[in-house]
Design a protein. Structure first.
Length: 251
């Protein structure tokens, strides 16, 4: 089998988007890293939220090797993945008013914490209300979204606003509306979504910026090691003991 032209085009598209966010979101990534470092240094907690496929990038920074031990997943039942049956229920729940407030009220999140909200479109009620409620509680909200949706789609929230309107810091993933990088003359629908690749990269860049800022302040970043390297479990056990009151996925 020879090289796939479309596969190559996808890699090119993904690389192009990564270069775009690297060049254009530098200040926002640094600001997000500083906000996370501020919270870690002040004894606060870190949370990440995403619904549907946006939840993949949130899960990617929780309890993982090379990640911050303090990053917790703020999960909304039924929206975390496609394991809910029917899968379409997850999409429907993203449009339910009041769900975000109920989840936040029953979560350990409190004033001074950071919440990273990932939503590609930023137009559904769930991420919009999550950001609104989180800020009302005194959390710092970092939004990772595509600003293109705010100019080319209509908000599904009653306020007519988008996630980007309720964040302290916004990282623009630059993903075009529709989240499909490829097309073919013999195929009616576009394909090749790149949002997971780019959004996950933004999350890791944000984490790297936070680590750099903590080191600059003389603070050891609370990082996890791989359990598949010698000494990894012992290292993680020490970190989780030291920061146990700020880690909620282990209880």
């Amino acid at each position: 089998m020879g090289e796939s032209k479309l596969a190559g085009q996808f890699f090119d598209a993904a690389i192009g988007l990564l270069e775009k966010v690297r060049n254009e979101e530098t200040a926002s990534v640094a600001a997000a890293g500083t906000a996370i470092a501020d919270t870690v240094a002040a004894g606060g907690r870190l949370f990440a939220f995403g619904a549907g496929h946006s939840s993949l990038a949130a899960q990617d920074v929780v309890y993982r090797a090379g990640g911050l031990a303090l990053m917790n997943l703020l999960a909304v039942p039924g929206t975390v993945g496609v394991d809910v049956v029917p899968a379409t229920l997850g999409s429907a729940l993203e449009r339910v008013d009041g769900l975000a407030g109920a989840v936040l009220d029953s979560s350990p999140a409190r004033s001074g914490d950071v919440l990273v909200i990932i939503s590609l479109s930023g137009r559904n009620a769930l991420p919009v209300e999550m950001a609104m409620n989180a800020r009302a509680l005194g959390l710092t909200v970092i939004g990772v979204t595509s600003l293109a949706y705010a100019t080319k789609t209509r908000s599904r929230h009653s306020s007519g606003t988008y996630l980007m309107d309720h964040c302290d810091i916004v990282l623009d993933s630059k993903i075009p509306v529709g989240d499909a990088e490829l097309s073919h003359e013999a195929v009616d629908a576009p394909f090749g979504p790149a949002s997971t690749v780019v959004t996950s990269a933004l999350m890791q860049a944000m984490t790297a910026a936070a680590v750099e800022e903590l080191v600059r302040r003389g603070i050891e970043p609370p990082l996890l090691r791989s359990g598949n390297v010698d000494g990894g479990h012992e290292w993680n056990g020490r970190v989780m003991t030291e920061y146990g009151d700020r880690i909620f996925y282990r209880h």
